[in-house]
Design a protein around this ligand. Structure first.
Ligand SMILES: Cc1cc2nc3c(=O)[nH]c(=O)nc-3n(C[C@H](O)[C@H](O)[C@H](O)COP(=O)(O)OP(=O)(O)OC[C@H]3O[C@@H](n4cnc5c(N)ncnc54)[C@H](O)[C@@H]3O)c2cc1C
Length: 482
């Protein structure tokens, strides 16, 4: 039998995701002396926030980016740590004993680890509205990918709408790369921002960055529309969009409407923790809307209810990049200590230090998360014929019909309607569908249920799932002679 210590596919600790949380975990676990593997589907580390520019694309001379600098610093720290990095590999399956299966440019790859640190981040929440599937309408967070990886704007005139810190970040960034921002429609109002302020003060550096974006938007005289929501988008002349917005009243209902024309609409209603992996591994989850939605239950060192499985970063509740980094570092140290690697006392002392830095960063992140919490009236306003699941083209009316026919929770609705069964596996529609199921039943989100995690975590071609399998190899016994 192969010695596990010399088996190149076996590791003490595997880290899934190389954003700030994953890199933080990998560097501390490797520092403690563990054999660490880090896997990411992106071509370079950095995750969403520290996404690296692709080869051949550079920042314009004189342009400084704090994110690019922090990303480069984290990349260098990871390289020096001795952790093994595998990029361009999308993990589609993790099974018992942390057997990890991925698909890369050269085909399938497999590894096994004694402990797994999940650092898989978030996805975007977009509350469906008529026209949300039109060309030119894209997510707010998705717009950051376009801006960061290609230095491109989605159109010449862009309307930016939704909630949370990405609103100001995207509006300021689009202005910098030459787009005209025709308006910033914020779901939150001054009172919401005032409530968030005390916790934001815990990180004056991050506050100053946000204030800088707001100042840039104001300097360009971009109209700011507080407490406004997109009601619908329709095709206009010359490939433009006609976007109807309404001011949200105190009761959460739309008030007077206004029309804005734009080439593109960047719209996002917050971030949702990515729970595909923790659901697949059947970890216990809790409904925490103020942290983004369903999140896996964790202790103070980020252990989940599944032995050996840790969860760090925004996938465990929206806390932002700064908190993700420190959470990762705590979990990396804790996982190494649990594996009996390194000096337990030294590791515990370092965990205490990291936890101090984490507290300040988390305060800021949680204030942002509260601003992005799901808003029930927006879901209530989705018209009956609007597609909710855009992969399988399932409307609100079809989801409600399934509930009326007896479906009591989201998994039954999925089986009956195919809502959430498409390539995105419910990442885009899951939140809206669950809100609709809960509202139709007059039940809570907890009663509406949690989507059961299923492989594949990411779409994979059937040929890669089958591997070397050949039907002719199935040992079918010959029929017995009569
Ligand atoms: C589209 C998007 C854009 C964002 N842009 C910004 C921004 O510009 N500024 C900002 O402050 N915050 C941004 N955020 C929020 C931001 O994600 C977090 O605050 C921060 O990056 C969290 O770090 P993390 O390490 O927890 O997750 P992430 O940075 O999201 O890292 C998670 C990593 O896991 C990898 N991964 C996940 N699943 C798999 C899998 N199955 N196989 C292989 N790899 C996998 C992903 O490729 C990713 O690199 C964005 C969020 C989203 C969804």
């Amino acid at each position: 039998m192969a010695d596990p210590a010399s088996d190149p596919s076996r590791f003490d600790i595997a880290v899934l995701g190389a954003g700030p949380a994953g890199v933080g975990a990998a560097v501390t676990a490797a520092w403690a002396g563990a054999r660490v593997l880090v896997i990411d589907e992106a071509p370079q580390t950095g995750g969403q926030v520290y996404r690296a520019l692709p080869e051949g694309i550079t920042l314009a001379p004189g342009v400084r980016s704090l994110e690019a600098a922090e990303g480069a610093r984290q990349r260098a720290e990871l390289e020096a740590s001795g952790a093994q990095l595998v990029t361009d590999h999308r993990v589609w399956m993790v099974s018992e004993g942390f057997r990890i299966e991925a698909l890369g440019p050269q085909g399938p790859a497999k590894w096994q680890a004694d402990r797994l640190i999940a650092a898989t981040g978030t996805h975007e929440r977009v509350v469906p509205f008529p026209g949300w599937t039109l060309p030119g309408v894209l997510g707010l967070a998705a717009t950051t990918i376009l801006m960061k990886s290609q230095r491109m704007a989605p159109g010449r005139r862009v309307l930016v709408a939704g909630c949370g810190p990405l609103l100001a970040y995207v509006a300021a960034g689009l202005g910098k790369i030459g787009a005209q921002v025709v308006g910033v429609a914020d779901l939150a109002g001054p009172a919401d921002w005032a409530r968030a302020l005390p916790r934001m003060l815990a990180r004056p550096d991050l506050m100053a960055r946000g204030a800088g974006w707001v100042a840039q938007i104001a300097a360009r005289r971009v109209p700011y529309l507080p407490r406004h929501h997109v009601l619908r988008a329709e095709p206009g002349a010359d490939d433009a969009l006609r976007v109807t917005l309404a001011r949200i009243g105190r009761d959460g209902r739309p008030g007077p409407e206004r029309l804005i024309e734009a080439d593109a609409l960047a719209v996002g209603h917050g971030l949702v923790p990515g729970t595909e992996l923790t659901r697949l591994l059947r970890a216990a989850h809790d409904w925490r809307p103020e942290r983004g939605g369903w999140i896996a239950r964790r202790d103070t060192e980020f252990r989940t209810s599944v032995p050996g499985l840790y969860l760090v970063g925004d996938g465990g509740g929206i806390s932002g990049a700064a908190a993700a980094w420190h959470q990762g570092r705590v979990a990396g140290l804790a996982a190494a200590r649990a594996a009996g690697i390194g000096d337990a006392q030294i590791l515990s002392d370092r965990i205490t230090l990291e936890r101090r830095a984490l507290r300040a960063a988390e305060g800021f992140g949680r204030a942002m998360s509260a601003i992005m919490a799901p808003r029930a009236p927006l879901y209530a306003a989705i018209p009956a014929d609007t597609p909710v699941c855009r992969c399988e083209d399932v409307t609100r009316a079809e989801i409600e019909a399934a509930v009326a026919a007896g479906a009591t929770e989201v998994n039954q609705v999925k089986h009956w309607t195919r809502c959430g069964m498409g390539p995105c596996q419910g990442r885009m529609c899951g939140e809206a569908a669950a809100e609709i199921v809960a509202a139709k039943q007059g039940a809570s989100r907890v009663q509406a249920g949690l989507w059961t995690g299923r492989a594949p975590l990411r779409p994979v071609p059937l040929a890669d799932l089958a591997g070397d399998f050949d039907y002719a190899d199935i040992p079918i016994p010959k029929p017995a002679p009569l």
